[in-house]
Every structure is written in C-alpha cells, then in structure tokens.
Design a protein around this ligand. Structure first.
Ligand code: SF4
Length: 427
C-alpha cells in the first residue's frame, strides 16, 4: 500500500475508530525480550542462534543492566550453503555442550532463532529435541523464534512462553479451579499480586513463567488464565488448546486497570464483593494518592503513540482516564480484538487507534500534530527530539515494574519526566 493511500477505518463498536496501516515499520525484533526474560526465569539460559548483528543488539539492549554473568549468549552462524547444514548442527551441539558443562546451574535452555538465512535453514525445534534428549533429565532444551521477520519486540516473550506451554504439567479435570497469571512480571509486582489474591482467599494461584524451570505451573480444563501482558496471543491460544479458559479483563496498568483486572479474577472465582473491597481498598487509595500530583502535570497534555510494544492501548487508557491526558493517536503493531475488547471499551469515544505502521505517513501526522509527548521506539526518539518533540522510549515501560497499585506513581512519573525535563531546559 502507498504510504499516503487512504486508510481503511472501522469502528470497534465502542466509539473508537480503528484504522489499519501497512508500510515501512520501525520496531525492535523479538530478541529484545531476552533482556527481561533471562532475569525472570532464574535457571534458564537463552542461546541466540544468529549473526553478529543479533549479538550486538542483545548486548547493547542488555549490556548496561547486567552486573552478574549473563544468562544469554549468541552462537554466531557464519555464511554457509545448504551443504554445510550438517556442520552447523554439529557446531550447535558442540557450543551447547560446552555451555552446559561450564554452567551447571542451567536447567532450561532456549535456542532462539533469528533472521539470517543460514539460521532459517536450521531446524531449531528438531535441534532442541535432539539436545533435550541428550541432556535429560538435567536440562530441558526448547526453541522459539525471535527473528525480526516474524516478531516485533514484545512478541519474543509471547513466542518464549508459547514454547513452554506444551511442556507444562497436566492438571486433571477433577482438580479444583486454579488461577494462572500469564506474562512476565517483575518479582516485586508478582509478590504483591500473590498477596492480594491470597487476601481474597484464592489459594490456587500460579504465575507463568515461574521463577524456576522446575516450578512451571500445571494447566488443564479447570485452569482460568488471566493475562498480565497484552502481547500474549500465541501463549493464550496454546493454553486454551490445553483446556484453559481466559478471563476477559483490562490490563493491570493504573489504579483503575489494576482494580478491574483483580476484579475480573475475583468474579470468576466468586469472591465476595465486600471481601474484594476490603483487600483492594488500601492499595487503591495509595495509588490514587500517588497519582494526584502527576494529574496536574499531565492533564490536557497531548499524547501520540507510535506502534511498538503492544502496551499502547492500556497505557493510553490509563493516561486518558486517570491523568486526563488527550490522545491524538494510539498506534499499536497488532490489535487482538478479543484480548483488547475490555481496553477498547474504556478508551474515550473518538480515540484514533492505528494498527500496523506506515512510518513516513505516521511521522508526518506526528510532526503536524506537534504532541506534548510522543511514545516511541529508540530509533525514532532521536530524530523527533531533534525536531523539538519530547519523547518517551517505550522500551523503558518493559524494563520498569509498572503493573499494580504500588507502581502507579512510577508509571505516571515515566510520562511526566520528559515533560518536566523539557520545561527545565526551556526555563
Ligand atoms: S532483526 Fe534479525 S538480524 Fe537483526 S538483531 Fe533481530 S534477529 Fe538479529
């Protein structure tokens, strides 16, 4: 499609105008997810099978945050023809064997695929199966693709978690219903949610991914899944294929989003509304107090989202409803109509949601609108800042704990900081 061709429009049935765009994109690839996933699953290792570019990307995305020996590496595959495939498999086996010998703490190894054609020729799922058999029972080997051809940056987490699902223990049909929270959350956030669910009397609650490979949760027909992240379409599908049922809910961003997310789980398990209020009110009060000073800073500020993390809709909903910001355009790389239905229903009527990307056209719209704050990927931030526009790197929203009541102030601060900095510079 021509970048400036008219864009198809649809109404989501909730007063939100959804447009689709196709064209040049500017988004990180799914390898980026390793940066937060390797910290979450503490005995896992991520071996990227890729090129020097992949090694550079993962090092520069993660380098500044790694203080201990990292649990990721890149096996660099040089140019080879098809005749060299046998050698590549041998080399992969050799690299993996050396890694496992050197790092006996590894219990779960992910082979992560990438874009180079030499890597695409390799059958990584089969290699993972072969290596898994050879290291059983000490190390499980799985594979997924983080390639930029197949994934945008948060889809790396989706692909990783979806790869875990076939291996999860089976929960029997006669087992009592259990809640499975799906999506990598910072440990501190996970602990807060676990305490809130326990306070409501829910004692069969687990999180995917677990912090250790040997503690991954079971799944079965009585498992209710509650998505903690909005980019987990494949993982949810795989869990549903194993009999689990998804609880529709907005995402736990902001005081309102967190309450609605917790309430969806509470309602699914028949928690008494009074008990729900008793357990959640203290957190809700703290969150509302934390938000008050930011509302003064962000009310009326005009926001523009480039499509990047798939967190855009819940973030836009939070900014509009809890901080009175104005939404100019909310871009998202993909829009899962089912998972996003509760979020679409909460966006202000008339909000423009753009699914997909045509970079030039979107840059033109952004320049013309001159928003107060543009949320975008690292690659777009510098040119926009050079043109005098304040930006927020969307990747920070993945590296920072932002879900739940006690992180609401930090979440608002992430949006307020670039505006405050700009005001100081202007004074
Ligand atoms: S886009 Fe492809 S080649 Fe580039 S870093 Fe990502 S996986 Fe590697």
């Amino acid at each position: 499609m021509n970048a400036h061709a008219p864009i198809p429009q649809a109404d989501a049935g909730c007063g939100v105008a959804i447009r689709q765009e196709r064209g040049q994109r500017a988004v990180f690839c799914g390898l980026t997810g390793i940066v937060w996933l390797h910290r979450k699953i503490q005995d896992a290792f991520f071996l990227v099978v890729g090129s020097r570019t992949c090694a550079d990307l993962i090092q520069s995305a993660a380098g500044v945050m790694i203080f201990a020996e990292p649990r990721f590496a890149t096996a660099i595959i040089d140019e080879r023809d098809l005749a060299g495939l046998a050698d590549m498999n041998e080399e992969l086996d050799r690299v993996t064997r050396r890694l496992i010998e050197r790092r006996p703490d590894i219990r779960l190894l992910f082979l992560v695929g990438s874009c180079p054609s030499e890597v695409i020729k390799l059958d990584l799922p089969r290699a993972a199966q072969r290596l898994s058999q050879s290291f059983a029972p000490d190390v499980r080997v799985l594979s997924y693709s983080g390639s930029g051809i197949e994934t945008t940056f948060t889809q790396g987490e989706d692909a990783c978690l979806a790869a875990l699902v076939p291996d999860l223990p089976r929960a029997d049909a006669h087992e009592a219903p259990s809640l499975l929270v799906v999506g990598a959350l910072a440990d501190v956030v996970e602990d807060q949610f676990a305490r809130l669910f326990a306070g409501m009397g829910l004692d069969r609650v687990a999180f995917l991914p677990a912090r250790r490979a040997g503690a991954m949760p079971s799944v079965g027909p009585n498992t209710r899944i509650l998505l903690a992240q909005p980019f987990l379409a494949d993982t949810a599908r795989a869990l549903e294929a194993r009999g689990a049922t998804r609880i529709p809910a907005p995402f736990p961003l902001g005081a309102e989003g967190t309450t609605a997310w917790l309430r969806a789980a509470a309602d699914a398990f028949g928690v008494d509304p009074r008990m729900f209020a008793e357990v959640t009110t203290p957190g809700l009060r703290r969150a509302e107090q934390a938000l008050a000073p930011y509302r003064t800073m962000l009310a009326g500020r005009r926001m523009f989202f480039f499509p990047d993390s798939q967190l855009e809709l819940p973030l836009a909903r939070f900014l509009a409803r809890e901080l009175d910001a104005e939404l100019i355009e909310v871009g998202t790389p993909y829009l899962h109509r089912g998972h996003m239905a509760p979020e679409l229903g909460l966006l202000p009527a008339g909000t423009t949601v753009v699914e997909g990307q045509s970079l030039d056209a979107q840059m033109d719209r952004c320049r013309a609108a001159r928003p107060d704050l543009t949320v975008c990927g690292l690659g777009l931030a510098n040119p926009l800042e050079a043109e005098g526009l304040a930006t927020k790197w969307s990747i920070e929203l993945l590296f920072t704990p932002i879900q739940g009541y006690d992180q609401v102030g930090d979440l608002a601060e992430l949006f307020a900081r670039p505006l405050v900095r700009r005001t100081r510079l202007e004074v």
